[in-house]
Design a protein around this ligand. Structure first.
Ligand SMILES: *Cc1c(COP(=O)(O)O)cnc(C)c1O
Ligand SMILES: [Zn+2]
Length: 410
């Protein structure tokens, strides 16, 4: 099916409101603020849901900023499962729980949405090289999409990223460089080089084109519920891209008349990387944290920068909520999800579920609501030793007796 045109019209500064044309501009030329994309909303309102054709992320091409269909890179991202989880809902004591399982994306994480529009934008603006600083997932994803697009990729990866992520990156990246320390130690230096235009900026700090792909998660959740938003969406926050993009997507659909009202947004962080949660609780500005290790590797950002401020602004302006979970709570949520619903998400991916559990306990959210949790990664790329169990040599009798015993137990 022919892909629809992009209806992007301009960029707008989220601080001063100043407009810029649709170029490769990373921050407001007037005040240095972050930029967001604007679209032809009168036309989109007239088109309604008829604007969307085909499947996967590019179904939403009219509300994405890639003009030429030849530039739209795809590995089959988006159209991820939106699963009703009645057994898990009962365990948590909530009326209706749905999960958006982003582990089903091509490289196993929500990052593929922003990589699709990011690498497509690199083609759109004529770049030959992409680069990113990553704790593992972004690097994996940008490397894969760059290879798919025929671009070179220079990937900087966290030294403690899991072996499956490292293997995947080593296979797909043009250059994989392992850095000492955590994300925060390198990102400021790298951001400075990005400003010099040495490569296309696939980082999370500011590129509005890359950021925009993640907006499609909101469109898919609403469309999956019959063009209706859940009451509450719980989204993980590292730098805040996923949270902001989902929130912008719901707000945009509300303005376009595609949904009656947008959901309340809950920001979920690891307790060991909780800069946004602290600021929200203290009603203060964000104080960057020096952080060490958390099992939620993908959330290990102690300084979310200006996107962190944007997350706080959304929380405060829309009556949102923020919560956190300890590493042990995250691992407990991971096995609860696997046991009750058969969904295997990694620790980063399941952090939002652990946080929901805590928010319910603290009575910060309403258990009678329809709640959607974003599970942002597969568990199949986590570092893991197999459970230690002895191997058994069987004969016919011992096999029969074991099977009988196990079947009777159930
Ligand atoms: C990067 C990442 C996130 C969140 O990062 P944001 O920058 O806040 O969007 C969440 N989950 C996974 C699996 C990730 O890789
Ligand atoms: Zn500005």
């Amino acid at each position: 099916m022919k892909q629809m045109d992009s209806l992007a019209t301009s960029l707008r500064c989220i601080e001063c409101g100043g407009a810029s044309p649709l170029g490769y501009t990373l921050q407001c030329p007037t005040c240095g603020g972050l930029l967001e994309l604007l679209y032809d909303e009168p036309l989109l309102r007239r088109l309604g849901t008829g604007a969307f054709t085909g499947t996967g992320l590019w179904r939403y091409a009219p509300v994405l900023p890639i003009a030429d269909p030849a530039h739209r890179v795809s590995l089959g991202e988006g159209a991820t499962p939106l699963l009703d989880c009645p057994r898990l809902a009962r365990e948590l004591g909530v009326q209706r729980l749905v999960v958006k399982f982003e582990g089903a994306n091509p490289t196993g994480t929500v990052k593929d949405r922003s990589s699709a529009t990011g690498v497509s934008a690199a083609l759109q603006f004529g770049f030959a090289v992409t680069s990113v600083v990553s704790s593992g997932n972004a690097g994996s994803s940008i490397a894969a999409y760059s290879a798919r697009a025929g671009l070179r990729s220079l990937i900087f990866c966290y030294e403690r990223a899991s072996a499956p992520k490292m293997l995947h990156m080593a296979a797909t990246a043009t250059d994989l460089v392992i850095y000492k320390g955590v994300y925060d130690d390198l990102i400021t230096l790298w951001d400075r080089l990005a400003e010099e235009g040495l490569f296309f900026d696939c980082g999370a700090s500011r590129n509005p084109y890359k950021h925009e792909g993640k907006k499609t998660i909101a469109y898919e959740i609403a469309e999956g519920l019959g063009w209706r938003a859940p009451d509450l969406v719980v989204a993980p926050v590292a730098v805040g891209e996923t949270f902001i993009a989902a929130s912008r997507g719901f707000a945009e659909m509300e303005r376009l008349g595609l949904i009656a009202r947008r959901p309340i947004m809950a920001a979920a962080q690891a307790a060991r990387a909780n800069a946004v949660v602290r600021a929200w609780r203290d009603k203060a500005a964000i104080t960057p944290l020096k952080i060490g290790y958390t099992v939620a590797e993908g959330l290990a950002a102690g300084d979310p920068g200006r996107k962190g401020d944007w997350v706080l602004r959304i929380l405060r302006e829309t009556g949102g909520v923020a919560g956190q979970a300890e590493d042990e709570e995250i691992l407990a949520a991971q096995s609860l999800l696997a046991r009750t619903e058969g969904i295997w998400a990694g620790p980063t991916g399941v952090a939002a579920l652990a946080v929901l559990k805590n928010l319910l306990h603290e009575k910060e959210v309403d258990p009678a609501a329809t709640i959607c949790v974003i599970l942002s990664e597969t568990g199949l790329k986590t570092e893991a030793a197999p459970p230690s169990r002895p191997a058994i040599a069987f004969d016919e009798a011992s096999l029969r007796s074991l099977v009988r015993e196990k079947v009777r137990e159930s």
